[in-house]
Each structure stands twice: as structure tokens, then as C-alpha cells.
Design a protein around this ligand. Structure first.
Ligand code: FES
Ligand code: FES
Length: 162
């Protein structure tokens, strides 16, 4: 068995130090070592987008990044996106209001992808949002309600996401 490494990273504003095997990806680290199970793992090979988190503010597929590569990084997961007082992030509120989910498996990845995109593209329209979510797969909704949720959030956010 390969030797474990001690890594330290800040997740949702809290600094964690824990052991990770060299081959453990960030998604498994978040779920198994930090019990942050809001990050979902679907394909585990970079196709479905369900595992998307923010690393240094950028959307990253956590199944494609080794935990040891995130040593020292600032990570935001779906558990950390609401305000400190517990009020929903505009994307969470919009997905709720516009029925942007059915089973919810893809939802954390959708929201984290959109959070980074709308921060950088606050005036994004439907075509841009469809492009931005082209790497996030949903097997339930047909995407229309997801796009409507994203557009509603874009109107509400005024360019702030992470
Ligand atoms: S689980 Fe990471 S892209 Fe599918
Ligand atoms: S809501 Fe079920 S996979 Fe998207």
C-alpha cells in the first residue's frame, strides 16, 4: 500500500489537516475524510460534472484532481455556498423556485459550475449558460428548468458568486 501524505486545505473557510493516499482524488477526500457528502461522484472520470467544486475560486472536477494536489488550496463545496446566516445562495434559491432539479444528484455540480461562471460572466444569457453547463450531465430534468434557474440566479446575483 502506498504511503499516506498529510495535507492541509481550507474548505468552506475551515482549515483541515488530514491524511490522503497519493491516489485519492479530491472528491473522495472531501466525502470520506471530511464527511462533506454534498459533492457527488457519478462517473469518476471527468465526464458528468457532478463532482464540481471550486478550488481557488475556479470550477474543478474533484474526481480529476488528486487530494495531494489540493494541499494548501482554498476549496468551496456546495455545503459552503450559502451565506453565514444560513440564507440560500441565489443559485440555490433559484433552483428551488424554478424546479431546477428532480433527483438532485447533478445539482451540486450544476450550482458550483454556475457559481464560478456567473461570477465571471454576470450578464450571461441562455446560450452562454447552456455552453457553461455543457459538461454537466442531468439524467432527469431535460435541462430547461436548470437553465431557467441559472438565468433567474444571474438576474439576482449581480455578478457575485464565490
Ligand atoms: S464524478 Fe467527476 S466528472 Fe463525473
Ligand atoms: S436532477 Fe437528477 S440527475 Fe439532474
Amino acid at each position: 500500500m502506498s504511503e499516506k501524505h498529510i495535507i492541509t486545505l481550507t474548505v468552506n473557510g475551515v482549515t483541515h489537516t488530514a491524511e490522503a493516499e497519493p491516489r485519492m482524488h479530491l472528491g473522495d477526500f472531501l466525502r470520506l475524510e471530511l464527511a462533506l457528502t454534498g459533492t457527488h461522484l457519478g462517473c469518476e472520470h471527468g465526464v458528468c460534472g457532478a463532482c464540481t467544486v471550486l478550488v481557488g475560486g475556479e470550477a474543478v472536477r474533484s474526481c480529476l484532481m488528486l487530494a495531494v494536489q489540493a494541499d494548501g488550496a482554498r476549496v468551496t463545496t456546495i455545503e459552503g455556498i450559502a451565506a453565514a446566516d444560513g440564507s440560500l445562495h441565489p443559485l440555490q434559491a433559484a433552483f428551488h423556485a424554478h424546479h431546477g432539479l428532480q433527483c438532485g444528484f447533478c445539482t451540486p455540480g450544476m450550482i458550483m459550475s454556475l457559481a464560478a461562471y456567473l461570477r465571471d460572466h454576470p450578464g450571461a444569457g441562455e446560450a452562454e449558460l447552456r455552453d457553461a453547463l455543457s459538461g454537466n450531465i442531468c439524467r432527469c430534468t431535460g435541462y430547461q428548468a436548470i437553465i431557467e434557474s441559472g438565468l433567474a440566479a444571474a438576474r439576482a446575483m449581480g455578478g457575485k458568486a464565490d
